[in-house]
Design a protein around this ligand. Structure first.
Ligand SMILES: Nc1nc2c(c(=O)[nH]1)N[C@H]1C(S)=C(S)[C@@H](COP(=O)(O)O)O[C@H]1N2
Ligand SMILES: [Mo]
Length: 229
């Protein structure tokens, strides 16, 4: 990537941080006065284990019965909608963006949590700076290669621990867990993170995804036990 492009992304990141600062502080994950859960505080000041969750032994696999096999060389991510530079990213372009390592917890609505997972990938916020997300964009609608869809408020997706993750515990993300690339949303229930991510739509109006259409909560805040609509 050229220096000019990199500088443009850095400037866009700073503008986006300003744009979302107040709104992000007001989200339940930051401002909840009485978060429900147990254990010491996590990285976001929430009780480590959200209410109703149990720490999992291994790492369960949840899908719709389809596990698409997408080689890294054939993987593409399309970004469309309310942005200045819609694009199709391949593996090399993804690696050309800033890479982030982060440790975060993973909370499935079916009550298991997997703690302190070590991820590497590209921040969703970095991708938004790359495509030049527009002010009118408020919602994100994400598609997986298996036909799965889910929706996330843009302000939640802009949190620094939301990644397009390609590596976990230093190894390529296993296919059954959404490799080559998936999204993770550590401050929301894990169904908000699409595995085998294929397409991201930036929307001005909300649109419900697969589980949201079937009665799951649209907001999905683990520390409010916010599982079903
Ligand atoms: N593409 C796709 N993404 C998905 C799902 C799915 O069925 N398809 N399931 C969701 C659910 S309900 C959860 S809990 C997590 C599970 O991720 P894991 O299988 O890596 O544990 O992925 C989420 N993302
Ligand atoms: Mo889930």
């Amino acid at each position: 990537m050229s220096d000019a492009k990199r500088e443009r992304i850095v400037r866009a990141r700073m503008r986006l941080r300003e744009r979302f600062k107040a709104e992000m502080e007001a989200t339940p994950g930051r401002s909840d006065p009485a978060p429900l859960g147990t254990g010491p505080l996590n990285r976001h000041g929430m009780p480590k284990l959200p209410i109703g969750q149990v720490v999992a032994k291994g790492w369960p696999v949840l899908d719709l019965g389809v596990k698409p096999a997408v080689p890294r060389t054939e993987w593409r991510l399309e970004v469309v909608g309310a942005c200045d530079r819609p694009c199709v990213l391949g593996w090399d372009e993804l690696l050309g963006l800033e890479q982030t390592d982060d440790v975060s917890d993973f909370h499935c609505v079916t009550t298991w949590s997997k703690m302190d997972m070590e991820w590497r990938g590209v921040r969703f916020a970095e991708l938004m700076a790359h495509v030049g997300v527009r002010d009118e964009a408020r919602h994100v609608f994400v598609h997986g290669y298996d036909g799965y869809t889910t929706n996330v408020p843009l302000v939640e997706a802009m949190k620094p621990d939301v990644l397009l993750a390609h590596t976990v515990y230093g190894e390529p993300l296993p296919a059954e867990h959404g490799g080559p690339v998936r999204m993770i949303t550590p401050q929301l229930y894990a169904w908000k993170g699409a595995k085998w991510v294929r397409k991201i739509e930036l929307l001005t109006e909300d649109r419900k995804g697969f589980w949201e259409q079937r009665g799951y909560s649209n907001t999905a805040h683990p520390w409010r036990n916010d599982r079903y609509a």
